[in-house]
Write a protein that binds this ligand. Structure first.
Ligand code: NAI
Length: 461
């Protein structure tokens, strides 16, 4: 029996060819295969992956397998799957459940399927926290406890329905599965936020590694990744001329910095909104006008949310926008834009993940990926090279949890700085970077070892 759900398995050949290109751009992952391919440190690990099923993720999956792990995979977003990548992984024999454009019900069903190792999973590799949330909420439900709120009501209904189905089919499954998990590594800001909340509530039942806050993740993927993939998504969706347009970027954290740079690089006139005075000052000193959304809403052409927060672009904003304003989100969840409030308006689907919505005034807005992260919904996400840095951290985190999990409490940890520096080091040769070496005298003078780590923990890059 085939143990996968993909759109079209005949796309596997195309996926495999694109994997060949990606592998040459992912030196971190490929050198982990060289370093650990023989010793197989992940032997015995049964990893549930819940992360965008892209070509880059396929290289991650095959690295985990090469290091000895059994892997089952689902995408963490209904629009982000690259069907040829999923097909290539399925054909290689890894159970994967991911289709671009799957429904929310399918999203949770596929996630459930990715847990179905014959002996159950023992590790989670998460992006946004859905896999962790699923098992924890299910275990709470089995204990007769209330389940904690999840980001959108639509999502809450779908997850509750899936939990009820699994509870009926396999009583006690969630609790047993939760108790078998030795740890989770989490990819993104929003998922990490959920983990810290769980710790605060005393609800985290296993150790977690916060991959997002490795410097070689958030200061690269979130920033330089979005710098390339934001405009890519807008262009593929709309073919609009970016130069000269006024774009408003909501939020100037790592993703906001990359997004503003992306739009500026394309020639747009970029404005930024922020709530944090430090990030607002950064935006201003990077040369962006810092404004409020209310002041710009009637005149700007493009609106992008990057906050990881909810209700940023609200219905009253969209009602005021000019005709054919483009609205999109690059943060993890779709609740940054009040999409639900648009449901009773007239929608015209232009093409996959591009909708034109008529407002009461007669003005239309173009909504990208129904408010879900547009760089993965409308384009193919970040380039391989930057994802190599993120995913090298992921693999190191999985090895750490699997081989030394006992050394950790049920708390959230960041990988040590020497591993962060190692991830960066693995990516230098590919782009011809030559490092200067510290002399022993220089190292002693600044109080570090000549081979690093080069910075104290509090250094912010
Ligand atoms: P961050 O915390 O560095 O930045 C978010 C910024 O938004 C902060 O500076 C915050 O002050 C600001 N903000 C919060 N509420 C606001 C409001 N009402 N108005 C204006 N600004 C507001 O987080 P980061 O790392 O930039 O991530 C943002 C989101 O993007 C998260 O959901 C994360 O998971 C997601 N993400 C998406 C990626 C993608 O490829 N699409 C890649 C990496 C992260």
């Amino acid at each position: 029996m085939t143990d996968y759900i993909v759109k079209d398995i005949s796309l596997a050949g195309f996926g495999r060819k694109e994997l060949t290109i990606a592998e040459t751009e992912m030196p971190g992952l490929m050198s982990l295969r060289e370093e650990y391919g023989d010793s197989k440190p992940l032997k015995g690990a049964r990893i549930v992956g819940s992360l965008h099923m892209t070509i880059q993720t396929a290289v991650l999956i095959e690295t985990l397998v090469d290091l000895g792990a059994d892997v089952r995979w689902a995408s963490c977003n209904i629009f982000s799957t690259q069907d040829h990548a999923a097909a290539a992984i399925a054909e290689a024999g890894v159970p994967v459940f991911a289709v671009k454009g799957q429904s929310l019900e399918e999203h949770w069903d596929y996630l459930d399927r990715s847990f179905m190792f014959p002996d159950g999973p023992n590790l989670i590799l998460d992006d946004g926290g859905d896999a962790t949330l699923y098992v924890l909420l299910g275990a709470r439900a089995e204990a007769g406890e209330d389940i904690i709120p999840v980001p959108t009501s639509e999502e809450e209904e779908a997850i509750k329905a899936q939990i009820a189905k699994r509870m009926a089919a396999s009583p006690g499954w969630f609790t047993k599965t939760r108790d078998q998990i030795v740890g989770v590594s989490e990819e993104t800001t929003t998922g990490v936020h959920r983990l810290y909340e769980l710790v605060k509530e005393g609800q985290l039942p296993f150790p977690a590694i916060n991959v997002n806050d490795s410097v070689t993740k958030s200061k690269f993927d979130n920033k330089y990744g979005c710098k390339e993939s934001l405009v890519d998504g807008i262009r593929r969706a709309t073919d609009t001329m970016m130069a000269g347009k006024v774009a408003v970027v909501c939020g100037y954290g790592d993703v906001g910095k990359g997004s503003a740079a992306s739009l500026r690089g394309a020639g747009a006139r970029v404005k930024v909104t922020e709530v944090d005075p430090i990030c607002a000052l950064q935006a201003a000193m990077d040369g962006f006008e810092v404004v409020t959304l209310e002041d710009e809403v009637a005149s700007a052409d493009i609106f992008i949310t990057t906050t990881g927060n909810k209700d940023i672009i609200r219905i009253e904003h969209m009602r005021e926008m000019k005709d054919m304003a483009i609205v999109g989100n690059i943060g993890h969840f779709d609740n940054e834009i009040q999409v639900a409030a648009l449901k009773n308006h007239k929608w015209t689907n232009i093409k996959e993940q591009v909708d034109m919505i008529e407002m009461p005034s007669g003005n239309r807005i173009i909504l990208l990926s129904e408010g879900r992260l547009l760089n993965l919904g409308n384009a193919t996400g970040h380039p391989s090279f930057v994802m190599s840095a993120s995913f090298t951290n992921q693999v190191l985190a999985q090895i750490e949890l699997w081989t030394r999990g006992d050394a950790y409490k049920n708390d959230v940890y960041i990988l040590p700085k020497h591993l962060d520096e190692k991830v960066a080091r693995l990516h230098l040769k590919r782009i011809g970077v030559k490092l200067t070496e510290l002399s022993p005298e220089q190292a002693a003078y600044i109080g570090v070892k000549p081979e690093g780590p080069f910075k104290p923990e509090h250094y912010r890059y």
